[in-house]
Design a protein around this ligand. Structure first.
Ligand code: ZN
Length: 128
């Protein structure tokens, strides 16, 4: 019997990155729910995928999120884990744990709002 070692996805799901968020990051499929999109966006931060983060930000707020800044923020922190506190159809409350560039542990807590448009979910904005 072949034992498959499965590392959990960055987003904390019980399946590997390849079987979880990478499906959305590589645009094989669109995230089917706001929570899946949120999880995949966390994995995008963890892997420095700024293109995905820009592409999944809603057109109404995209100009507020510069790609260079996203890339710098994702790369300067070490992403430890994501904790989903709750989610509804269009919102996700979460905590993202990371180590900042000074080596200090930080928690980013946010209530994010998402919108479904033309078959895809987008991140609109967040309160934190
Ligand atoms: Zn995942």
């Amino acid at each position: 019997m072949k034992v498959k070692i499965m590392a959990d996805c960055f987003c904390g799901a019980n399946s590997s990155f390849e079987e979880c968020c990478q499906i959305y990051l590589s645009a094989i499929q669109h995230a089917p729910t706001a929570e899946t999109l949120m999880r995949s966006r966390y994995s995008a931060y963890a892997t420095g995928n700024a293109d995905y983060l820009v592409a999944t930000t809603h057109s109404s707020t995209r100009k507020l999120h510069k790609k260079v800044a996203i890339l710098e923020w994702s790369k300067s922190n070490h992403w430890m884990k994501l904790e989903i506190l709750y989610s509804t159809e269009t919102t996700v409350k979460f905590k993202a744990y990371y180590i900042d560039y000074r080596g200090k542990g930080q928690i980013h807590e946010e209530l994010s709002t998402f919108a479904f448009e033309k078959g895809k979910w987008y991140y609109v904005d967040g309160e934190y």
